[in-house]
Design a protein around this ligand. Structure first.
Ligand SMILES: [Zn+2]
Length: 601
């Protein structure tokens, strides 16, 4: 039997099995029991918190012929059809891929027809914030006067991007991040049911990385288990999540507290070398600093915190303000991470900054003749040595930033952010002030190579709609097995054409295309996962987004006659091919690439 991802296998099918959103599920159940159902709902909240699951369950319950106390029975014909995705009265639209006005207009036109099988026509629009302005306006018209039998369920991870006019016409439910305790409980339950052993520590790490998302938590489990493992252990969990061993992070935190920047940098580097990500190290430091604060304030050192006794003994006498500052700085670094491809820099800047504060006051005191800083009393003998080391770090970092500023991927404003993040105590002259960055990002990054283009052509020549659908169908499964750090792949890549042995994937960013094309590990991994789920091998051919349209158009142009012949052959027995030549070509192209095709002359 095909391997089924845990998050799909264990997707909740009743309101009661949705984790951590009791307030919402109870309200929805009550609405169904009382038969008072609004025409439009808005489910807002972070990814993986149960919005889509609740929408599906709600849609099912609305049309269930044998309701069980507000829950769908999951047995009647309507429930079964809904679970299989073949219930004609439940329409799911992913606005992330269908953001056109046309889809919504179509809804507007069809919405007036009564449901065919059930009581309600339910439209689930996922990621509704992705709709274009025109589509929102069309939707608004429908929401203003919805027919009796229609229910809209809009879901979004970014409420702030949904127009107020839409929000005001819906009943809104805010899905919250699922607590770590709930995530852990659910994971343990599922593993018990699957008869898989686990270490508590490993589950705690996964819950931490999942950041309130059940889907992420289960995806990580899937990944761990996909390595033919029969148990979930701590070491594997660290490796797969890119988490640093807590004991080592404890050491980093202790170095920060003792203001030892070089040692903290060295330890962090060791963790990075072992595969931990900057983000995770920072997350762990924040988590640990928060827990330290709790221990200091409450005296509670719960074993579930997984902190060593030695560590707890050492952190108890540190003033709480130090932790607050650390957390603030780490959060700032986490924010900076989102805007740079050079993931190490914000972490390094943080480590330097976090160890520099009190020394800054000392260093600036004689210069500015300010009041003597209280921190001066302790350890002033080796202060100058540390300060020198710090300065070296900063000079190094500044140089890195300057180098980066010359690279196309590094936007100007980010350079400035980093620049201001460097401790001000450093004499500007020595640190070589960063020159104002005026160069525009270089645009003419290597285009699709001739070799690559040949491959794309080869796929297009043999492309079939079935193969493309096969790849598209396994996409959600890939989401569940790729490492958290690799999952961004699926946002960047889009399968656009496939032949029986190869698939063309469009790459959103040209720079990324270049990196990915030379990263054979990543492509191999993706290929093997596709093979696993599709039960068929497909080689991957990448094409940058910017080139795809041109390549495809070129292909269609140069193969016009051939495409036409193929199409003609197909319809030979049916009817006379009397429509215009161009329409035929476009139709054939649509067969190959899907409905989203528009070919402009
Ligand atoms: Zn039912």
């Amino acid at each position: 039997m095909a391997y089924q991802a845990l998050y799909r296998k264990w997707r909740p099918r009743t309101f009661d099995s949705v984790i951590g959103q009791e307030a919402i599920t109870d309200t929805l159940k009550n609405a169904i029991i009382r038969g008072k159902v609004s025409h439009a709902f808005l489910f807002a909240g972070p990814r993986g918190t149960g919005k889509t699951s609740c929408a599906k369950i709600f849609a099912k319950a609305l049309n269930c012929t044998n309701l069980q106390d507000g829950e769908p029975c999951n047995k009647c014909a309507n429930c079964v059809a809904a679970d299989q995705g073949s219930m004609p009265d439940i329409m799911e639209i992913d606005a992330a891929s269908n953001n056109g006005v046309d889809e919504i207009r179509e809804i507007r036109d069809k919405v007036k027809y009564a449901p065919t099988e059930g009581k309600y026509k339910v439209y689930i629009i996922d990621e509704v914030h992705m709709l274009s302005m025109g589509a929102f306006n069309a939707l608004l018209k429908t929401l203003e006067e919805p027919p009796e039998h229609v229910v809209f369920i809009l879901a979004t991870t970014e409420l702030q991007k949904v127009p107020a006019t839409i929000i005001s016409r819906t009943q809104r439910y805010n899905f919250k991040r699922i607590s770590k305790a709930d995530l852990e409980k659910r994971m343990k339950y599922i593993l018990d049911q699957e008869h898989i052993k686990y270490e508590d520590k490993a589950i705690a790490v996964i819950a931490q990385v999942a950041d309130g998302g059940m889907r992420d938590a289960l995806s990580i489990l899937d990944q761990l288990l996909s390595y033919e493992k029969e148990s979930v252990n701590y070491e594997d969990a660290l490796q797969i999540t890119g988490f640093a061993d807590r004991k080592n992070v404890e050491q980093i935190l202790l170095k920060l507290l003792s203001k030892d920047a070089p040692a903290a940098l060295k330890l962090a580097q060791e963790e990075l070398d072992k595969g931990a990500s900057s983000k995770n190290i920072l997350d762990e430091l924040v988590d640990m600093a928060t827990k330290s604060l709790m221990i200091i304030k409450t005296g509670d050192d719960d074993k579930n915190m997984f902190l060593s006794e030695d560590f707890i003994a050492k952190i108890k006498d540190v003033p709480t303000s130090t932790y607050y500052r650390l957390i603030t700085l780490a959060n700032k670094a986490l924010n900076d991470l989102r805007y740079t491809n050079q993931q190490q820099i914000p972490l390094e800047v943080f480590l330097v900054e976090a160890t520099s504060s009190e020394q800054k006051q000392v260093a600036s005191a004689p210069v500015a003749n300010a009041a003597p800083a209280p921190a001066q009393q302790q350890g002033s003998t080796d202060l100058s040595a540390e300060l020198a080391a710090l300065k070296n770090q900063v000079v190094e970092l500044t140089q890195k930033v300057q180098q980066l500023s010359k690279r196309p991927s590094f936007a100007k404003d980010q350079v400035f952010q980093l620049d201001t993040a460097i401790p001000k105590s450093v004499p500007k002259a020595k640190a070589k002030p960063a020159e104002p960055v005026k160069k525009k990002p270089v645009k003419n990054i290597k285009k699709t190579t001739a070799e690559n283009r040949k491959q794309v052509y080869h796929v297009l020549e043999n492309a079939t709609r079935d193969d493309l659908n096969t790849i598209k169908n396994v996409w959600p499964d890939l989401q569940s097995v790729l490492a958290v750090s690799e999952r961004a792949l699926l946002d960047v890549l889009e399968p656009v054409a496939a032949s029986p042995d190869q698939v063309v994937m469009k790459c959103k960013y040209t720079l990324w295309f270049e990196n990915a094309s030379s990263d054979s590990d990543l492509l191999e991994k993706l290929t093997s996962y596709i093979e696993k789920f599709a039960k068929h091998y497909y080689g991957i051919v990448l094409v940058p987004d910017s080139d795809w349209l041109a390549v495809r158009k070129e292909f269609v142009e140069s193969h016009k006659a051939e495409l036409l012949a193929k199409k003609k052959q197909q319809i030979e027995d049916k009817e006379e091919a009397d429509s215009k030549e161009d329409t035929e070509v476009i139709n054939k192209a649509k067969d190959l690439f899907g409905d989203a095709v528009t070919i402009k002359d």
